[in-house]
Design a protein around this ligand. Structure first.
Ligand SMILES: Cc1ncc(COP(=O)(O)O)c(C=O)c1O
Length: 349
């Protein structure tokens, strides 16, 4: 594997910006043109007048302990969405290189490529919403630098074949990023241990789902040290603010609450799937390894609208590639799920 060949030349040779807080977080700080008197927030215990740590040391240490992966292999982004963008920036020359995505999948991969003016090749998932290994393998050419795979996949909610992913990474010189936003709800532990051994395999994860922290905007990558250093070099120096960092560290110290959330969401997921499966006008319900369920109806737009009029907001995914008739509902609280099921039954009459 020659990972260096995959990286854009301007990124390989980039001299990164060295932020003031890179080497000094304490002392008589007169280097960053901050306000020395404090912030305008009263009783501010965060010292918000000072820039945050660009090296994300405490956060990286906390997640390193949480997932038993060395600090050197972890980088944080403003949600995993920022990391998606960073991978494209690092590996793809605009108007020249291509990214492969396997639709139906998370829409941001395509949008981020479009923003970066990078070509997108769609190699659709097969009829089981799994990787079409031969098609994917054959589609990789010299300009294919990056593949985004989503496991469990949004919106089909299934895990992808991890042997396929590992084989592909071992056989092809292309960077593979596996988005594990929903891995906490699955029976498998994901690919972080492989990502630190296989140079062209990376995983991205988020605190937005199982941890219940979507509002703080925090995601992270697990990748080789080489790729992690590139991510750290290309990200905005102060991308993770002090409040985000503090809240995520506090969340990690409350793992029991996270585990309870996962348990109850998995229980409710099963209950919703059972109920949906019994509704005659629901054509099909997909099994789920995530915190949402996708199901298919004859008139998705109409059903979506009737639910919306009754205050239930779900996601119409029927316009997505190979997902005709598909609606997606996030697992809510027990009471929300009951309300959704009741209104859906009425909408389907
Ligand atoms: C597959 C997938 N990846 C990433 C994200 C975004 O995560 P974050 O909130 O960490 O940016 C989402 C959000 O819905 C998602 O479905």
């Amino acid at each position: 594997m020659n990972i260096e060949n995959l990286v854009r030349k301007n990124i390989l040779s980039l001299n990164p910006y060295v932020a003031a807080r890179h080497s000094h977080l304490s002392g008589t700080l007169m280097d960053a043109n901050e306000n020395p008197y404090g912030s305008v927030i009263e009783n501010d215990s965060f010292e918000l007048n000072r820039y945050p740590d660009p090296n994300q040391v405490s956060l990286r240490k906390a997640v390193s302990e949480l997932i038993s992966i060395p600090v050197e292999n972890i980088c944080f982004g403003v949600g995993s969405d920022e990391l998606i963008d960073l991978f494209i920036k690092i590996f793809c020359d605009p108007r020249k290189d291509a990214v492969i995505i396997c639709e139906p999948t998370y829409g941001m991969y395509r949008v981020c490529c479009n923003i970066n003016d990078v070509n997108v090749k769609n190699i659709p998932l097969n009829s089981n919403y799994d990787i079409d290994y031969d098609a994917l393998s054959n589609a990789i050419d010299y300009n294919t630098k990056l593949i985004f795979l989503c496991s469990p996949n949004n919106p089909s909610a299934n895990l992808l074949n991890s042997d396929f992913i590992i084989n592909l990474a071992n056989r092809k010189n292309v960077m593979i990023v596996v988005d594990e936003a929903y891995i906490d709800f699955a029976q498998q532990s994901g690919l972080v241990n492989e990502a630190i051994k296989i140079p062209n395999l990376a995983v991205i994860r988020t605190f937005s789902k199982a941890w219940g922290m979507a509002g703080v905007r925090c995601g992270y990558s697990v990748a080789s040290q080489f790729v992690t250093e590139l991510l750290l070099k290309v990200k905005a120096p102060y991308n993770i603010n002090k409040l985000t960092s503090d809240f995520v560290i506090r969340a990690i110290s409350n793992k029991e609450r996270y585990e309870n959330f996962v348990d109850i969401i998995i229980k409710e997921r099963k209950r919703i799937i059972d109920k949906l499966s019994k509704m005659k006008k629901v054509r099909k319900v997909l099994p789920s390894d995530a915190n949402f369920i996708s199901f298919f109806v004859d008139e998705p737009q109409k059903v979506f609208k009737v639910l919306e009029e009754n205050g239930i907001v779900i996601r119409d995914r029927s316009n997505q590639f190979n997902f005709s008739g598909g609606l997606r509902v996030s697992v809510g609280t027990e009471e929300e799920n009951n309300r959704f099921l009741k209104e859906l039954e009425k909408a389907l009459i």
